[in-house]
Every structure is written in C-alpha cells, then in structure tokens.
Design a binder for this molecule. Structure first.
Ligand code: TXE
Length: 517
C-alpha cells in the first residue's frame, strides 16, 4: 500500500474545496491504529452562512430547470463513477471506521452505489394521484422542498449519507451535508465524484466539523427547510427541539435495542449464524443490531453454546486483512463507554460467557480501539445493559418460557426499531411479528433489505420513514392542484343521456330503466 500522507479534508462549498473560514481543523483518527489519519475542516456558523447563500443561488439558478430524466441520469453517473472507484472507497471507509474491508467492499460501498441507482429508477417510475369529480380535476405533484440538511453518523458513513443524498438530489433539492466528524473521508470522496460528474455549484455542499458547532448552526439556520438526521437518540432530541420552532420538516432515524427472539422450533444452525451476525456485524455498531437475544428456555444452553463456538472462531484485528471478521470500535471514548457497561454487568454478578476485555494484538493494532465479542447472561430486565443502546460487540442473553413472555420482554423497552424472529411455525411468525412494537421485523433472516420498503422505528427510535416512495415523500412537498371543469347545464345533461341511449340501447328501452335492470 502507498504511504499515506496526512492531508486536510476540506469543505465543499459553492463548487470548490475550501478550508473552514476560521482556518481551524480537527483530527480524524484511524481507529485500528489510534493514529492521525487526516486533519479536517472545523466549520462553524460562518461556513453555514456561506453554504446557505450558495445553495440559495443554486436553487434559483439552472438546477430548477433540470427535469426528472436529467436528475435520474445524474444519479446514474454518480453511481457509475463510484463503481469505478469502489476499491478506493472501500479502503478509505475501512481505514476511517476500523471496520473490516470485507464489509466495506461487499456491503457498505455496493449499497451506497445502489442508493443512487435505486433513486434514479424511483423518480423515473414515480407516479402521483389524480382525483376526478364532475366539476373538477384534482392532480397531485411532487415539488422539491428547497434547502435540506443531511446529518449522518460514523457507523455506516457512506451508506447512510448516500441514503439521504440520492433521494434529496433526485427530487431536485439543494443540499448541505454534515457527515460525522469521526468519519469524514468517504463523504469527501463523494464530493469529488459529484464535482467530476458536473453538478451546478451550490447544489451539493459538504461541511465538516463538530455536531455541536456546525451541526447545530445548520439545523438552526432559518433557511434550512428540512433536516434528515441519523444518529443517537439524545442528539435526535436536540435536533427535534431546534427544528420545531421553525416547523422544519424532520426525519429522525435514531437508536435501537433490537430483540432477537429464538423459539424452540427454529432451525438451530441457521439461527445461531443469523443471531451472531445480527449481534456482532460491524462490531455491533449498527442501529439494527440484534443486541438482545431472547431464547426459549428449552434450547437456551444449545443456543448459548452455539454462539460461543461461532464467536471463538471470529478473527479480530487488522481491518484490511480480508479474513478479519471484527475490526476496531470507532474511538477510545466509545470503547470506554462499552467497558463501563460490561463493568456494570460484572458488578451485578452477571455471567460474562466470553469477551469482556481488550484483545491482545501486535503493533500497530495494539494501539487500536479493539474489544472482544462479549456475551452476557443473568441480567434483570431493568438492567442498563438490557434497556440502553450500547452500540458495541456486547450482546445479552435472556431466557423466556412462552410467546407471551417473549413478546413482553421484547417490547419492554423505550426503543422500537427492529426485531428478528426465528421459528419454523408460520402462524407463530405472523402472530409474534404483529405483536412486536417496532418498525421492522425480520423472520428467519436479518438485514434483508429492499430499498422500496419503509425504514424507520417506533417509540424513541425515531420519527418518519425513509425508503422508496417514503423518501420521495420526505424530500418533496406534495402539492395538489384543482382545476374546475365546465359545469354542464341541466339541458346538456339531458342531451347527454339521450345521446347515450341512442348509441347503445335498442329504441324501445329508456336508458335509465335499462341501466338499472
Ligand atoms: O452520535 P451523534 P454519536 C448512537 C449510539 C452511540 C450514540 C452516540 O448509541 O453510542 O448514538 O454516538 C451530529 N446538532 N448512535 O455521539 O452525536 C454529529 O456530528 C446537530 C446510533 O457519535 O448522534 C454526527 O454527524 N448535529 C446511530 C451525527 O450528529 C449534531 C448511529 C450523529 O452523531 C449535534 C450513531 C447537534 N447538537 C450513533 N450533535 C444510528 N441510529 O445508527 C451531534 N451531531
């Protein structure tokens, strides 16, 4: 691999890469080594102001005349260019997040590409309703909103950023994106790609920096009309509070503490592999992670032993080694938070079946933020480990007796993003799925996505849905137009009936009698 030179990742404003106006920077750390990867622009309210003015010019300029096909073709060109740079994007994402390259190559970047292709197709095939009355025709059209702010987290950086950029662009909005300060690299590469494919300046802009500085300034700016945010529930509450007084359109995809329900009639081998993947993929740093495994008591020991066997075989270490299954956590602070939770479990006498410590790795990975996969049982339902989003490779195991017990435990939580049910009983699958208080339920699978389906959560897991027409609804304003039709006079109506009778009925029948018979 070529030597990495430490550069400064800049903002992309008004069609140019520029430093923050203050000249200030932040450090972007490589999680697997704990060393400096980049400096990044540390933007503030002045940068927001500049980007908003540029976005406003773009909104009033030629961009507004790009029709559906032009915008769809643009999304296709972005996807094409990302595909050509897939390896570079996969490497950047792996180094910036610490996640295994086999994941960025096979999941994160292909999905980011698919987001652009999908929304290109979605707007090409989009339809809206018309409603017909005798006196009027109503038809509904989608218009872009205007300036939208997209704020994204560090766990799936390009995957989640493009999940918002693609529909926002496809709908014809102007965008200011604020990626996580911890994973700014692939967002910068996306800005390069967007510049290459030729978008009017100001349509897509990128501001790096801290959530409390540039993120807060962005959501509070009166000219930002909509905010799509993915991140933690606490931050989501702040975003909602800032948006409310201005009646900004808001989509919040927040945390999850998702149950995996395993019934005794499941296919055990497939279930164990699925539950393991759901719990530990991306080191558990996925809002959809199945971090609470609930197992029917009769198979509790078999599931626990199967999970332990699989976890012991997972390679942890260098994210760039294609054999690695578990990479580093995002930061030293995040690992400390996870260690704190495990300490609580130990203090309360819970059983730590595996993990619960840092792995021993050789240099340079001995300085990275790694943590061994951890499985814990013996915790009460009100334990912070059961109730709070840990967002790391820590999964709890609980036993249940019957369906009602399982559903009760699954729902007894403030979150409601997703759940997984493992059973071979079809009726049970329907029954339990319908009883679960969450936005998405998978049966005998996990993270099987179709981009047309609604994505989002109940309760503290967020507000709104994204995906397919839901994203087009969010990134557009529905406008209904009603056109009055000529009112027929009573004599014209009689004439119409008479002529209907003449054309279609035999002369001896009156039209009305005939039509009722
Ligand atoms: O996320 P934040 P953090 C959960 C997970 C994690 C916790 C905190 O439990 O441990 O959240 O993670 C920007 N105004 N999830 O602190 O703060 C921030 O810069 C405007 C779940 O990293 O929510 C970043 O771009 N923006 C989650 C984005 O918000 C603000 C994924 C997310 O950061 C802001 C990540 C503010 N006041 C963490 N403060 C999921 N649902 O997938 C921060 N930001």
């Amino acid at each position: 691999m070529a030597e990495h030179t430490i550069s400064t990742l800049q903002n992309f404003v008004d069609g140019r890469f520029v430093p923050a106006i203050s000249g200030r920077t932040l450090e972007d750390i490589e999680p697997a080594k704990g060393t400096l990867l980049h400096h990044i622009a540390r933007s503030g309210s002045q940068d927001v102001e500049q980007a908003v003015q540029s976005a406003r010019c773009a909104w009033e300029g030629p961009w507004s005349r790009w029709d559906t096909e032009a915008r769809a073709a643009l999304c296709d060109r972005i996807a094409q260019r990302m595909e050509e740079r897939l390896e570079e994007l996969a490497l950047a994402e792996s180094r910036d997040t610490g996640k295994p390259i086999q994941l960025t190559r096979n999941l994160d970047i292909p999905r980011a590409i698919a987001n652009f292709r999908f929304f290109a197709g979605a707007i090409r095939h989009d339809t809206t309703h018309s409603h017909h009355q005798a006196e009027a025709l109503h038809y509904t059209r989608r218009r872009p909103i205007g300036l939208v702010a997209l704020i994204t987290p560090w766990n799936l950086p390009l995957y989640l950023l493009t999940w918002k950029v693609a529909p926002a662009l496809a709908m014809g909005n102007v965008i200011i994106a604020k990626p996580s300060e911890m994973t700014p690299w692939t967002a910068t590469l996306l800005a390069e790609i967007i510049e290459e494919v030729g978008l009017p300046k100001g349509v897509f802009q990128l501001l790096h920096g801290l959530g409390t500085e540039v993120g807060q300034a962005l959501i509070e700016h009166p000219q930002v009309q909509a905010i799509s945010f993915t991140g933690g529930t606490l931050t989501g509450a702040k975003v909602a509070a800032a948006a409310a007084p201005h009646f900004k359109k808001l989509s919040l995809e927040l945390g999850g503490k998702n149950p995996t329900l395993i019934f005794e009639d499941c296919d055990l081998a497939t279930t164990i592999q699925g539950a393991c993947r759901a719990g530990f993929a991306n080191q558990g740093q996925i809002c959809l992670a199945g971090s609470r495994i609930l197992v029917q008591r009769s198979i509790f020991d078999a599931v626990r032993d199967g999970l332990l066997h699989t976890l012991h075989s997972m390679q942890i270490g260098d994210p760039l080694d294609p054999q690695t299954k578990l990479g580093a956590l995002i930061s030293a602070e995040h690992r400390a938070k996870i260690e704190h939770y495990v300490q609580i479990a130990q203090d309360h006498g819970a059983t730590v079946h595996c993990g619960g410590h840092r792995p021993t790795l050789s240099a340079p990975f001995d300085q990275g933020f790694f943590y061994t996969p951890t499985l814990i049982s013996g915790l009460p339902q009100n334990s912070p480990l059961i109730q709070e989003e840990i967002f790391g490779p820590v999964v709890t195991l609980q036993a249940f007796d019957d369906e009602a017990d399982a559903i009760g435990m699954a729902n007894d939580i403030r979150y409601g993003l997703s759940a997984t049910v493992w059973t071979r009983d079809l009726q049970r699958a329907h029954r339990v799925s319908a009883a679960l208080e969450c936005g998405m339920v998978w049966v005998n699978t996990w993270l099987q996505r179709d981009l047309r389906t609604p994505f989002g959560g109940f309760k503290a897991s967020g507000i709104g849905r994204e995906g397919g027409s839901h994203s087009l609804d969010f990134f557009g304003e529905l406008q209904n137009i009603t056109i009055a039709l000529d009112h027929p006079t009573p004599s014209e109506q009689t004439g119409a009936l008479a002529s209907f009778g003449q054309r279609t009925l035999p002369p001896q029948a009156t039209p009305l009698t005939r039509s009722r018979s």
